[in-house]
Design a protein around this ligand. Structure first.
Ligand SMILES: [Zn+2]
Length: 402
């Protein structure tokens, strides 16, 4: 039970879980200074059809906030004048979505905004921000781009759009943009320093239809990047969009209805208050006992969660299983899986230090005695073929003592 190989879940889920374990890639230098934003989005895996008509736009339903939430927002830097302008632009979303941004100067916050002269523009997607440590930013603005009022306005609306769960509109499977990919790679390498992977992630991803929330493609969305005519084979172009489009307004009205409830729900689970993971060597059990300490809050619909621990070598590469009878690309990990009901808050290793235990026998850890390795706790929501990362801890370093 300690290997994903032996998990009684589908092969697609297995492959995706292995992808989750991979070492994160380092983004190219200088990305996002002038073009687009570099918010990280997981590409969903499934394709199913929902063709109901309605508003437009692309959304990650797993990371939406509860309807009617008041989100506490704090600035980590920036001049008071600049902060005031960000506030006023962000609040345009409140006119359409049943959400409030409460700008505060202290205490626990949901969104933390850094105004800097570097770092590009980016934001966590919706409630992904809840898994980020309180001292760490969840949104960044590069104010060197804010010389023009239009640029600042559209950028603030765009990043706060991500913060309430919206995705890049050009990822819509209905967009059908006839990219001239070779030219885009070449020009964005020159102007932004983006490598091929960064361009693929930021421009060429295509999401499953479910993520359109039953909407059509909207080239006027604030969540669409500009597209130069020469970047497409047909001369198709999208200008900088500086305002919320009619489609943007309709979408957030449907997602966060005032005086109503969201029409469709998925499991929306959030891991909070992760503090540490104790790693205990057990001579008696001939293995490692792992005690991650966290809370999980469930909302939306019931769902399946895998609480996992992945193992990495000193360099941060995943430790693979070396046992031929399993599989060559087998990432070593241990897990426990639960079906959780919506509307609960559960805690692990909070009330008692050892009320939630994960275990891996030494025999399943193909490393030498005394090896320095890292363990990373990850919580993963599995909904059908969808996998959503709920939380990934900082690595816990330890030596294997048998
Ligand atoms: Zn963006």
């Amino acid at each position: 039970m300690n290997k994903f190989k032996s998990m009684m879940i589908g092969a697609a889920v297995l492959l995706s879980l292995q992808a989750v374990a991979q070492k994160p890639k380092v983004p190219a230098k200088g990305i996002g200074q002038k073009y687009g934003c570099t918010s990280i989005m997981q590409a969903p895996k499934i394709n199913s059809f929902d063709t109901s008509a309605g508003s437009r736009g692309l959304v990650d339903p797993y990371y939406l906030w509860d309807n009617g939430s008041t989100l506490k927002v704090k600035f980590l830097a920036g001049s008071p004048a600049m902060q005031e302008r960000v506030k006023s632009f962000a609040k345009e979303w409140e006119q359409h979505a049943n959400l409030k941004f409460d700008f505060v100067e202290s205490g626990e916050t949901d969104i933390r905004v850094n105004l800097d002269n570097k770092g590009g523009h980016n934001s966590m997607i919706g409630q992904v921000a809840s898994g980020i440590a309180q001292e760490v930013k969840t949104m960044n603005f590069d104010t060197t781009d804010f010389a023009s009022a239009d640029a600042m306005h559209r950028t603030v609306l765009h990043e706060f759009g991500h913060a309430i769960g919206l995705l890049h509109e050009h990822y819509s499977p209905l967009a059908g943009i006839p990219w001239n990919k070779d030219l885009v790679y070449k020009e964005l390498a020159q102007s932004q320093g983006w490598d091929k992977m960064t361009v693929d992630v930021n421009l060429f991803q295509e999401y499953a239809l479910t993520y359109t929330h039953g909407t059509s493609y909207d080239k006027t969305s604030i969540m669409h990047y500009p597209v130069l005519a020469r970047w497409t084979t047909t001369g198709y172009a999208v200008p900088w969009n500086n305002q919320l489009s009619a489609g943007d307004k309709m979408l957030v009205t449907a997602l966060y209805p005032k005086g109503g409830v969201r029409a469709t729900e998925v499991p929306r689970f959030v891991v909070t208050n992760y503090t540490k993971m104790n790693v205990v060597t057990s001579a008696e059990k001939q293995g490692l006992l792992l005690y991650p300490s966290f809370n999980i809050k469930t909302a939306g619909a019931d769902g399946q969660v895998y609480f996992t621990v992945f193992f990495y070598d000193e360099a941060g590469n995943p430790i693979m299983d070396n046992n031929e009878k399993y599989n060559i690309s087998n990432v070593v990990a241990t897990y426990k899986s639960f079906k959780l009901v919506a509307g609960k808050t559960l805690s692990a290793n909070k009330n008692l230090p050892t009320d939630f235990e994960l275990f891996i026998p030494f025999s399943e850890l193909p490393v030498d005695a005394g090896a320095k390795i890292k363990a990373v706790f990850k919580a993963i929501l599995v909904d059908g073929k969808e996998l959503k990362m709920l939380y990934s801890s900082t690595p816990v370093n330890f030596s294997v003592i048998r």
